[in-house]
Design a protein. Structure first.
Length: 381
């Protein structure tokens, strides 16, 4: 084999380590690398130099992550250790037939809802509350960002069809890429996201009930390419309505986390969310008390009273016959709203790493508590 052909084979092997950030597979496995051509360059000294042209076919024209993929391919070629290689990347898009075959193959691997398949390792946490206004979506966003910052492959579904807010909290203003009927979730701050708000726009009312509402959740699970995340969070609508029941039925391995605030008006209705577990089999992992206190010049002010989280914990423990702990008490901090509404979870700094703050430490502790608890047994599907 000539030196040029050896280089082409070696580069193909190196490109097998380049991962498509949306599909989570190597560009070689996905058939994106059509050809590699290495041509020797005449030099004045005895050094080996080659022009290397890599022909790449992306899944769709105008792929939003094409520059990311191109940069990775450039890096794989230019860092070749045994010769000086000058990369040239020629980008085009797959033919309709090739893309159709790729998508059909990916869909065949999943067989509908991928999270209920036997052996699924994804931990699913459904974030619920008895009423609105307790900061449930803010807790979901910051917990998801924390999991991602701790190194877990993290995904989140905005299952609050009527009051979707995760796109704003993550600063998302784009729509998912449609790959021949299979959607690529939008990635922000290390979290893969999907929300009806990405399609409908925040100014349109959604009036779905019953079967149509459940179908929206099923589509988010089966028609989106999630690529086996370690953690999946669902931001549920407040209360014990159709979506809460649908989650319990569609995802029997989901683990519910109940959000409340300290005052009785919130904690009393929060208990009802946990009691969904008496209607359909689901696991309640614990209670999060949000807006527990406000630190002002060294004084801890309990603006909304105290004891709500503990009341919910005790009542659910009694009703369900198993220990439902109070996992964490989170402070009332204006930064959570201010930074969140600007499109960045408050637990992260501008570079996407966990902040060195008590708030970030609290969320990191919450994430570690949830992930270390044993995963509930899953019935055969």
């Amino acid at each position: 084999m000539s030196e040029a052909r050896q280089i082409e084979a070696a580069i193909y092997e190196r490109l097998s380590k380049v991962i498509d950030p949306e599909l989570g597979r190597s560009v070689t496995d996905l058939g994106m690398i059509v050809a590699i051509n290495a041509d020797a360059i005449e030099t004045k000294d005895a050094s080996q130099s080659y022009d290397v042209t890599v022909h790449v076919e992306l899944t769709v024209e105008g792929c939003p992550l094409s520059q990311t993929i191109t940069n990775q391919i450039n890096g794989a070629v230019s860092s070749y250790p045994d010769a000086t290689l000058i990369p040239h990347i020629e980008v085009s898009s797959m033919s309709k037939d090739k893309l159709t075959n790729l998508v059909e193959g990916l869909k065949a691997e999943r067989k509908h809802n991928p999270f209920t398949k036997p052996g699924s390792k994804t931990r699913i946490f459904a974030i619920a509350s008895g009423k609105g206004g307790v900061g449930k979506s803010s807790v979901t966003a910051n917990l998801a960002a924390t999991f991602a910052a701790l190194g877990y492959k993290t995904a989140a579904i905005d299952a609050d069809i009527y009051g979707f807010s995760l796109p704003k909290l993550f600063g998302v203003h784009t729509q998912p890429t449609n790959l021949n009927g299979m959607l690529m979730p939008v990635t922000a701050w290390g979290v893969k996201l999907i929300s009806i708000g990405m399609f409908a726009g925040a100014d349109r009312a959604i009036l779905w009930r019953g079967p149509r509402l459940q179908r929206s959740l099923e589509q988010f699970l089966s028609d989106v390419w999630w690529d086996n995340p370690d953690v999946l969070l669902l931001d549920l609508a407040p209360g014990t309505g159709d979506m809460a029941i649908s989650v319990a039925q569609t995802l029997p391995n989901a683990e519910m986390v109940i959000i409340t605030t300290p005052q009785p008006s919130a904690s009393d209705v929060a208990v009802r969310s946990g009691l969904v577990a008496l209607q359909v089999p689901t696991t309640v992992r614990g209670v999060v008390e949000n807006m527990s206190y406000f630190d002002h010049r060294g004084e801890r002010l309990e603006i909304f009273g105290h004891g709500g989280g503990q009341r919910v914990s005790e009542q659910l423990t009694h009703a369900l016959g198993t220990e439902i702990p109070l996992l964490v008490q989170l402070p009332l901090q204006p930064e959570i709203r201010e930074v969140g509404e600007a499109g960045r979870p408050a637990v992260l700094d501008a570079d996407g790493a966990l902040c060195d703050s008590p708030l970030a430490a609290s969320f990191a502790n919450l994430a570690r508590q949830l992930i270390k608890q044993p995963q509930p047994m899953q019935s055969a599907q």
